[in-house]
Write a protein that binds this ligand. Structure first.
Ligand code: TRP
Length: 447
């Protein structure tokens, strides 16, 4: 039998997992949610969600993947040959496909903004209404599609190179770069006049702002940002060697993801407050408000280029984890070569992606039930498939898989200590499933 691919080094595992986690979720989604939900109080709830629910699910995915040594589908099949848990795997592959399509849309805008920044477009052009300008750019029927396809092509190329030479190597290069860029942007933002208002917004909680919709957004965001609920980390977990300390990797990954989200907040909000702009701009926050700020900020052209490169890199290390879920599944189940599986999966996700991209242009008015295709893709995956997948993952481990095997896997056959094991087990058995059900029903506006 052919030897399975694996990550080469421990840092490589960490870089790949953080690469998957850190993405548009941190730099685009987290800031606008924080802006819309009142700042520090939202962040506190978000941190609680990560600690109580996010980390246990993340660790569960690593455990299932490393034990199962296969795609999200195959791992479930190996761990539970007699029961249809592999269906969770199929849901995961389906979710990967949908997330990848709309992820490519936003990543495509990012590439276009890199190009516009290179031409100093925001600085030299007279733009009077940035919001309208953003609608015009995203509403065009060719350029966003071309940019999305370029992004998908790069994602596909990295995946063709495989686990060590593609995923691991690119993540090891891109992660430190991302970190440096974000620090530079934080320094710029914090040294603007009156930036302290933005810092206050991020770090002084106003508890009266917490309500059930804030909690709901925070939990949904923790799933999306940690890449949990659809088996991306089961897939990566299957490439992790037996001597890796899984709890440590899971905790480090979650904290780094959180750190980068907060740094993204520090890079953005002090600048927004310094220019006296409202933080409640919604989904367009970074694409509408930041260009306006860059246009009047000292060194704006340079910092806008840095910012959108940061975003593109972050998106790329995440999109490869989504594509890998599909590619590993296809290569294992249909016994075809990696490159062919990658080409087919990339083409399929790109085709769906063209439609989600065009949802901002020619297909803007083609709505079903009041939502465009893009909005459906986002809604179905983030609000339904991820919580459902996350729920089934913890239910499986907590109720249908032998505790002894979980302990064996998580302690590397008893060679390392994991003193929080009982807490972890309690969380996957009771806390996480109950919390997810609550959020799920709220998300569908049932309770
Ligand atoms: N976590 C990534 C982000 O924050 C997106 C992502 C990658 C993802 N893989 C995923 C989200 C799997 C959900 C599931 O941008």
């Amino acid at each position: 039998m052919e030897k399975r691919a694996s990550f080469g080094t421990k840092f490589g595992v960490f870089a790949a997992a953080v690469g998957s986690a850190v993405g548009l979720g941190n730099v685009w989604r987290f800031p606008y949610l924080t802006g819309n939900n009142g700042g520090a109080a939202f962040i506190l709830v978000y941190i609680l969600c990560i600690l109580i629910i996010g980390i246990p699910i993340l660790l569960s995915e690593f455990i299932i993947g490393r034990r199962g040594q296969g795609s999200v589908f195959r791992s479930f099949k190996k761990l539970s040959p007699k029961q249809p848990w592999y269906l969770v795997g199929l849901i995961g592959v389906f979710a990967a496909f949908i997330i990848l399509s709309f992820y490519g849309t936003i990543a495509g805008w990012t590439i276009e903004y890199v190009y516009l920044s290179l031409k100093s477009f925001f600085i030299t052009t007279e733009i009077t209404n940035y919001s309208e300008y953003f609608s015009n750019i995203t509403g065009d029927n060719t350029i966003p599609v071309v940019c999305q396809l370029i992004f998908m092509l790069i994602t596909g190329i990295i995946i063709i190179f495989g686990v060590q030479k593609g995923i691991e190597k690119s993540s090891i290069v891109m992660l430190p770069l991302l970190f440096i860029i974000i620090i530079v942007l934080c320094i710029r933002s914090l040294t603007l006049p009156n930036s302290i208002e933005g810092v206050k917004f991020l770090f002084y909680p106003d508890f009266s702002k917490i309500n059930s919709s804030v909690i709901l957004s925070a939990l949904g965001q923790s799933f999306f940002s940690l890449s949990i609920g659809m088996g991306a980390l089961i897939t990566y977990g299957s490439y992790v060697k037996k001597d890796n300390n899984l709890p440590k990797t899971a905790i480090l990954t979650a904290f780094t993801d959180l750190l980068i989200a907060i740094l993204a907040g520090v890079a953005i909000f002090p600048a927004i407050f310094s220019f006296g702009i409202s933080p409640e701009e919604g989904t367009g926050l970074i694409f509408v408000v930041l260009p306006e700020i860059f246009a009047s900020m000292p060194g704006g052209a340079f910092f806008s280029l840095l910012f959108f490169i940061l975003l593109a890199i972050a998106a790329l290390t995440s999109s490869i984890s989504l594509l890998e879920v599909i590619v590993l599944f296809v290569t294992e189940e249909f016994k075809i070569k990696r490159w062919l599986a990658t080409v087919l999966a990339t083409i399929a996700a790109s085709i769906l992606g063209v439609f989600t991209t065009l949802s901002f242009g020619p297909l803007k008015d083609s709505t079903i039930g009041g939502k465009t295709l893009f909005e459906w893709a986002d809604f179905i995956s983030t609000n339904i498939l991820l919580p459902l997948g996350g729920f089934l993952i913890v239910i499986f481990l907590g109720w249908f898989y032998k505790k002894k095997y979980i302990k064996e896997e998580v302690t590397n056959e008893g060679t390392i200590k994991f003193s929080l094991f009982n807490l972890f087990y309690f969380s996957i058995k009771y806390i996480a499933p109950i919390a997810i059900i609550f959020v799920f029903l709220r998300g569908l506006s049932i309770i």
